[in-house]
Design a protein around this ligand. Structure first.
Ligand code: NAD
Length: 411
């Protein structure tokens, strides 16, 4: 199943519950605009290379469109399109006044020099500056891009349109960014994991946690859950998995990774396991926080965790989702669980538009408020309608976007 089909699958399941007409489904699923551009740049060796860049603007019924910019050699229109529509439902679930978009450039960043990365970024902005902007579409970092790339985007955009710090989020804190943006997704995952653990009648001290991926999201989620008294028994990254039945020293693991180019390779005091084995551990909470598609129909029957919180985007294949749901596994879906990042991006945009700096305490407090409110609504809807949390989250997102579309007048 292609990624766009997977989003369509979940969309249709929720649309059935909402009894949406075929015409309304088509309207809500179709992107507003899909832009494909040529990015021709001179490389450091003087050679000319041409890359393809995309920006898909899925929906703006609830506000300016918002979504990351991914630089990766496998970027293609289908993937960007599905991620753009996911952003529409995600911003609607957490009820921030945005629509959804996503962008990408098909390029292997590992093969680029710093200067080449900057040239590609600026050239991409030259091609799309007319369709993005603080009131229309606001990019943010994603795979292969970072705060520095966002600073270049702002700088290049400003050359055409004047001072506009709100044109991108995820900027460096020293350059119109906001404190707490980096930790936001992992912290949001931690906050909602604890809410769900509580709703399922478990206690933090009795909750063993396994987390796949120890990058930005995985490490911050691990720290939050460690501080909340959970026992984080397994973590992993590209170098493999690390397990201790009594719980790992998470602050120590973060310090270790920071000292070793963000890698856990050689992390002491833990048993080495594989990434596949980590997913199948006997734990109360499993958090896939690395890649999409890691839980499939093949390994789903062996997953033992009764609760999975989707920190990565689409870590569970739709076939596996059915197998796990039939077994009564609770799944907190990506469009709710990992929405902390876009929520704090929204605070950054508000800060930029108000020319007023927010402090970390305020960011954390507001993040908790927004995430908790969205969680309570989705949990209640799932209970009322006797549907999964994923279907309830999609229903919430789709009905908010649908209502905004109709209220604005379609013709
Ligand atoms: P990151 O690059 O900081 O970290 C990714 C981690 O996954 C690293 O530890 C890496 O070693 C590990 N990893 C990569 N391939 C792996 C593999 N095959 N097996 C096990 N581990 C592997 O990325 P991130 O920002 O932490 O994002 C993680 C996931 O969360 C991605 O799916 C991303 O799309 C999603 N997400 C991120 C944000 C955000 O704000 N950063 C927001 C929403 C969703």
């Amino acid at each position: 199943m292609k990624s766009f089909e997977a989003v369509g699958h979940y969309f249709n399941r929720a649309a059935d519950q909402l009894e949406l007409t075929d015409n309304m489904r088509k309207l809500l699923l179709t992107s507003k605009r899909e832009v494909q551009v040529q990015i021709a740049v001179e490389m450091d060796n003087g050679e000319l290379q041409t890359f393809i860049g995309y920006r898909v603007q899925h929906d703006n019924a609830r506000g300016p469109m918002k979504g990351g910019l991914r630089f990766h050699h496998e970027v293609n229109l289908d993937e960007v399109r599905s991620l753009a529509s996911l952003m529409t439902w995600k911003t609607a679930v957490v009820n921030i006044p945005y629509g959804g978009a996503k962008g990408g450039v098909a390029v292997d960043v590992r093969k680029l020099s710093h200067r080449e990365l900057e040239r590609i970024t600026r050239k991409f902005v030259d091609e799309i500056h007319d369709v993005i902007g603080p009131d229309t579409d606001i990019p943010a970092p994603d795979m292969g891009t970072n705060a520095e790339v966002m600073a270049w985007i702002m700088n290049q955009y400003n050359k055409y349109h004047g001072f506009n710090p709100g044109v991108v989020t995820g900027k460096p804190v020293e350059h119109y960014g906001i404190p707490g943006r980096e930790e936001a997704t992992g912290r949001g995952v931690g906050i909602l994991s604890m809410k769900t653990v509580g709703r399922l009648g478990h206690r933090a001290e009795k909750t063993r946690v396994a987390i796949q991926g120890f990058g930005n999201v995985g490490s911050h989620a691990a720290q939050f859950l460690h501080d909340a008294q959970c026992k984080v028994v397994a973590i992993s990254d590209l170098s493999g998995g690390y397990y201790h039945k009594d719980g790992l020293d998470i602050p120590g693991a973060i310090r270790y990774a920071n000292r070793h180019q963000r890698s856990l390779a050689g992390f002491p005091g833990a048993e080495k396991i594989t990434n596949e084995a980590l997913l199948e551990l006997d734990v109360e909470l499993l958090i896939p926080a690395a890649l999409g598609g890691v839980i499939t129909a093949e390994n789903a029957p062996r997953i033992r965790a009764p609760l999975i919180v989707e920190a990565a985007n689409a870590p569970i294949h739709p076939n596996a989702d059915e197998i796990l749901s039939a077994r009564g596994v609770t799944i907190l879906p990506d469009i709710l669980a990992n929405a902390g990042g876009v929520t704090v991006s929204y605070f950054e945009w508000v800060q930029n538009r108000q020319y007023y700096s927010w402090g970390l305490d305020r960011v954390r407090q507001e993040l908790e408020r927004v995430m908790t409110c969205a969680f309570e609504e989705v949990w209640e809807l799932a209970r009322e309608r006797d549907v999964s949390l994923r279907t309830a989250a999609f229903m919430q997102g789709i009905s908010r976007v649908g209502r905004a579309t109709v209220l604005a007048g379609i013709t």
